[in-house]
Design a protein around this ligand. Structure first.
Ligand SMILES: *[C@@H]1O[C@H](CO)[C@@H](O)[C@H](O)[C@H]1NC(C)=O
Ligand SMILES: *[C@@H]1O[C@H](CO)[C@@H](O)[C@H](O)[C@H]1NC(C)=O
Ligand SMILES: *[C@@H]1O[C@H](CO)[C@@H](O)[C@H](O)[C@H]1NC(C)=O
Ligand SMILES: *[C@@H]1O[C@H](CO)[C@@H](O)[C@H](O)[C@H]1NC(C)=O
Ligand SMILES: *[C@@H]1O[C@H](CO)[C@@H](O)[C@H](O)[C@H]1NC(C)=O
Ligand SMILES: *[C@@H]1O[C@H](CO)[C@@H](O)[C@H](O)[C@H]1NC(C)=O
Ligand SMILES: *[C@@H]1O[C@H](CO)[C@@H](O)[C@H](O)[C@H]1NC(C)=O
Ligand SMILES: *[C@@H]1O[C@H](CO)[C@@H](O)[C@H](O)[C@H]1NC(C)=O
Ligand SMILES: *[C@@H]1O[C@H](CO)[C@@H](O)[C@H](O)[C@H]1NC(C)=O
Ligand SMILES: *[C@@H]1O[C@H](CO)[C@@H](O)[C@H](O)[C@H]1NC(C)=O
Ligand SMILES: *[C@@H]1O[C@H](CO)[C@@H](O)[C@H](O)[C@H]1NC(C)=O
Length: 604
C-alpha cells in the first residue's frame, strides 16, 4: 500500500537550505539566513490547535514561537512518522529561503470533536492534509469526529496532493470546487455522513491514483466525467448508495488494481470492458440487479488475489483459466446461477478442494437425523460456553474455534454451524468475541458476553427436528462499535438474516435496533415451519456497513444466542442417539480451504 502522507520534494529542499545557511555562516556573511515561519500561517495553526484543544510535543516542534522548528523541518522525519502527532511539516525554500510555509498537517486519532475551523482552508501551501480526520485504517492516519460540511474554499488549496477526511462525521454535499485540486494523487472521504452525488468536477483530478470513498453516504450514479481518471490504482467505493450501471469506462482505467463496489444499488452487468483490467488484484462487486453477467470478463485477469462477485445474477460456467490464477486466495461467487464443474487444475493456495465425511450433515438434503424427529427444540450459546439462563433454558456451548471456512456438527447431531469468509485487512481473524461488560435490557448478561462473528456467511442448523411450526429467538447486542461521541462510534454493522431461505431482516443493524446503544440486548422472534427435519438460520454480510471502525474487520454478522421451541405439542423425546456418529465427532471444526469453493460457489 502506498503511504499517504508523503512530503514529496520539500524535504530535499530543506536539506539544501540548511546546508547553504551553514555555508553562509562559514563565509561570515552578515545577513540573517535563518528562515522563519510565515506569521499568518503560524497564527492559523495556533488558532486551529487551540480550537481543537491539542498541542505539540515541545521537544519535537514548537506550536508557539517558531513553529517550523525541530522535526517539522528535519529532513529525516516524514509526516507519516507515527510518534509525532499532531504534526506539521514545513518547506523553507520560499522567498530566497527566508520564509517557511506549512506544507503538511496531521492530527491523528486525537478524538477532536469539532467543526473544521474555516482558516484551515487558507493554508494554501498544504500539499498533504493527512489525518486531521482520516480516510483509511492505516495506523498512522488519524480518526477524529469532525462535523459540518466541506466548504467551497477547499478549492483554494490547489497544491494539495494527499488529502484525507475519512472516519469523521462530516455532512452535506461534496463541493464542486474539489475539482480545482488538480494535483491530487490521493483523496479520501470514506466513513462520513455526506449526502448528494459525486460532483462532475471530480473528473478534473486526472492525477488521482487513490480514491477512498467507502461508507461515505454518497448516492446517485457515477458521473461520466470520471472516465478521465485513468491513473486510478485503488478505488474503495463499497457501502454507498450508488445507482445506475457500473460504467463501461472503468475498463479504461488500465492501472486499476483494487475496485471495491459491494453494497451499492448498481444494476445491469459487469461491463465486458473489465476484461482489459489485467492489473486487477482485487475485485469486489455484489448485488447487481436487473441484469445478467458472465464470468468471461475475468477470464484473463490472472493477477487476481481476491475475487468476490456474489449475488450478481452471473450465469454460465466458471472459466477453466481460473485454475491458472496462481495468486488467488479468496473466491466468493455465491448466489449466482453458475453451472458446470470446478476446473481440474487450481491454484496451489486453493488446492485442498474436497468433501470430507461429516460435511454430509450440511448438504442440501441434510441426511443427518433426517426423518428421525429426535428433537423438538435446541438452544445455542453462539461463540461461547454452555449457559443456563434464569428461565431455565440451557444454551449449548458453541465455543469451537472456527476458521474462515469451517463447519461444526455437535456429536449429538442436534445442531451445526458453518462459517465462511475472511475478514478483509485483518491478519488475525477472530470468529468469536468475548467481553466482560454488563448488558442492559436483559437479566442474562452472561449470555451476551460471548458472541459468534463472521466475515461473510454464518449458518446455524437445527437438525433432526420433529416437523411443525417453531418459535425461533435470535439474541444480539453490539459489543465492538461503541456509543461514544468519538470516531469509534461512527461504525455501522449491517447484515441480513434469512430463516429457511426467507429474508427476515434486511440491513439489520443491532445498535440501531437498540436505540443507538451498545451493550444492550436485542431479541428478534420468528415463527417458521420445519418440513424436512431441519431449521436453517443464515446470517449474511451483503457488503453494507463500515469495514474498519473502530478496528479493521469490524463488520459482518454478530450473534449471541439462538433458540427454537415447538409451537405444537411435540412427541420427540429429545434424547441423543447412544451411538454417536464417529465421523461427525472426528471432523468437528475442521478447516477445509476447499469449502470456500464448495459452499460459496454452489450454496445459494
Ligand atoms: C521549543 O521551545 C522550547 C522553549 O520554549 C525549547 O526548549 C525547545 O527546544 C523548542 N523545541 C524545538 C523542537 O525547537
Ligand atoms: C478561497 O475561496 C473562496 C471561496 O471559493 C473565495 O471567495 C476566496 O477568495 C478564496 N481565497 C483565496 C485566498 O484564494
Ligand atoms: C474552481 O472551481 C469552480 C467550480 O468548479 C470553478 O468555477 C472555478 O473556475 C475553479 N477555479 C479555478 C481557479 O480553477
Ligand atoms: C476508452 O478509451 C478509448 C481511448 O481513449 C476511447 O476511445 C473509448 O471511448 C473509451 N471507452 C469508454 C467506454 O469510455
Ligand atoms: C480493451 O482495450 C482495447 C485497446 O484499448 C480495445 O480495443 C478493446 O475494445 C477493449 N476491450 C473491451 C472489451 O473494452
Ligand atoms: C431494468 O433495465 C431495463 C433496461 O435497462 C430498464 O428499462 C428497466 O426500467 C429496469 N428495471 C428496473 C426495475 O430497474
Ligand atoms: C438473470 O440473468 C438471466 C440470464 O442469464 C436473465 O434472463 C434474467 O432476466 C436475469 N434476472 C434479472 C433479475 O435480471
Ligand atoms: C440471493 O439472490 C436472490 C435473488 O437475487 C436474493 O433475493 C437473495 O437475497 C440473495 N441471497 C443472498 C444470501 O444474497
Ligand atoms: C427417542 O426417539 C428416537 C427417534 O424416534 C428413538 O429412536 C429412540 O429410541 C427414543 N429413545 C427413547 C429413550 O425413547
Ligand atoms: C467450551 O465450553 C465448555 C464449557 O461449556 C468447556 O468445558 C470447554 O473447554 C470449552 N471448549 C473450548 C474449545 O473452549
Ligand atoms: C409462538 O409464538 C406465537 C406468536 O408468534 C405465540 O402466539 C405462541 O404462543 C408461541 N408459542 C409458544 C409455545 O410459545
Amino acid at each position: 500500500m502506498m503511504r499517504q502522507c508523503i512530503l514529496g520534494s520539500a524535504i530535499l529542499v530543506i536539506a539544501l537550505s540548511v546546508f547553504s545557511s551553514l555555508f553562509n555562516f562559514t563565509q561570515a556573511q552578515p545577513q540573517t539566513a535563518k528562515a522563519t515561519t510565515d506569521p499568518y500561517e503560524a497564527g492559523v495553526i495556533n488558532s486551529i490547535f487551540s480550537k481543537w484543544g491539542i498541542s505539540a510535543d515541545k521537544t519535537q516542534w514548537n506550536i508557539s514561537g517558531e513553529i517550523c522548528s525541530g522535526r517539522a523541518i528535519d529532513s529525516t522525519t516524514s509526516i507519516d512518522d507515527g510518534p509525532f502527532n499532531p504534526f506539521i511539516k514545513c518547506d523553507c525554500s520560499f522567498n530566497k529561503k527566508t520564509t517557511c510555509h506549512i506544507t503538511a498537517l496531521k492530527v491523528y486519532a486525537l478524538d477532536v470533536i469539532s467543526q473544521i475551523p474555516p482558516e484551515l482552508w487558507t493554508l494554501i501551501y498544504l500539499t498533504n492534509l493527512c489525518g486531521y480526520g482520516t480516510s483509511i485504517w492505516y495506523r498512522n492516519l488519524g480518526q477524529n469526529y469532525l462535523t459540518g460540511s466541506l466548504p467551497p474554499s477547499i478549492g483554494n488549496l490547489t497544491r494539495m496532493q494527499y488529502m484525507t477526511f475519512g472516519i469523521n462525521a462530516l455532512s452535506g454535499k461534496l463541493p464542486k470546487e474539489l475539482g480545482n485540486l488538480t494535483q491530487l494523487i490521493s483523496l479520501a472521504f470514506g466513513s462520513n455522513k455526506l449526502s448528494g452525488s459525486l460532483p462532475d468536477e471530480l473528473g478534473k483530478l486526472v492525477k488521482l491514483e487513490q480514491l477512498y470513498m467507502d461508507s461515505s453516504g454518497i448516492s446517485g450514479p457515477i458521473p461520466s466525467t470520471l472516465s478521465s481518471l485513468k491513473n486510478l490504482v485503488t478505488v474503495w467505493a463499497s457501502d454507498n448508495r450508488f445507482t445506475g450501471r457500473i460504467p463501461d469506462f472503468i475498463g479504461n482505467w488500465s492501472k486499476l488494481q483494487v475496485l471495491r463496489f459491494q453494497g451499492n444499488s448498481f444494476e445491469g452487468s459487469i461491463p465486458s470492458s473489465f476484461s482489459n483490467l489485467t492489473s486487477l488484484t482485487e475485485l469486489r462487486i455484489s448485488g447487481l440487479s436487473n441484469g445478467s453477467s458472465s464470468l468471461n470478463v475475468i477470464k484473463n485477469l490472472k493477477s487476481m488475489t481476491i475475487l468476490e462477485l456474489r449475488n450478481n445474477n452471473i450465469s454460465g460456467s466458471i472459466p477453466s483459466t481460473i485454475g491458472e490464477f496462481q495468486k488467488l486466495i479468496v473466491l466468493f461467487l455465491g448466489n449466482n446461477t453458475l453451472s458446470g464443474t470446478l476446473p481440474r487444475q487450481k491454484s496451489s493456495i486453493l488446492k485442498n478442494i474436497g468433501l470430507p465425511t461429516g460435511l454430509n450433515c450440511l448438504q442440501k438434503t441434510f441426511p443427518c437425523n433426517r426423518g428421525a424427529a429426535r428433537y423438538s427444540d435446541f438452544a445455542i450459546k453462539c461463540g461461547g460456553p454452555q449457559i443456563r439462563t434464569a428461565d431455565g433454558i440451557v444454551y449449548q456451548a458453541d465455543n469451537e474455534t472456527l476458521g474462515p471456512a469451517t463447519y461444526f456438527v455437535t456429536d449429538t447431531n442436534r445442531w451445526s454451524v458453518s462459517n465462511v469468509g475472511l475478514f478483509g485487512g485483518s491478519n488475525n481473524p477472530m470468529f468469536e468475541s468475548s467481553v466482560s461488560n454488563q448488558f442492559t435490557n436483559t437479566v442474562n448478561s452472561e449470555l451476551f458476553q460471548t458472541a459468534r462473528l463472521s466475515a461473510s456467511s454464518l449458518r446455524y442448523y437445527g437438525l433432526g427436528l420433529e416437523n411443525g411450526f417453531y418459535n425461533i429467538t435470535l439474541q444480539f447486542a453490539e459489543t465492538a462499535i461503541l456509543d461514544s461521541t468519538t470516531w469509534k462510534s461512527l461504525g455501522r454493522r449491517v447484515f441480513d438474516i434469512y430463516i429457511q431461505g426467507t429474508l427476515v431482516l434486511k440491513d439489520f443493524d443491532i445498535q440501531r435496533e437498540a436505540g443507538g446503544v451498545s451493550y444492550r440486548a436485542v431479541q428478534k422472534q420468528f415463527r417458521f415451519e420445519v418440513k424436512e427435519n431441519y431449521l436453517e438460520v443464515h446470517l449474511f454480510w451483503a457488503g453494507k456497513g463500515t469495514c474498519c471502525i473502530p478496528a479493521q474487520g469490524t463488520y459482518g454478522p454478530l450473534i449471541q444466542a439462538i433458540s427454537a421451541t415447538p409451537d405444537f405439542v411435540p412427541t420427540a423425546n429429545n434424547t441423543s442417539p447412544s451411538n454417536k456418529s464417529p465421523s461427525s465427532k472426528k471432523n468437528r471444526a475442521c478447516l477445509i480451504i476447499g469449502l470456500l469453493w464448495v459452499l460459496e460457489l454452489f450454496a445459494f
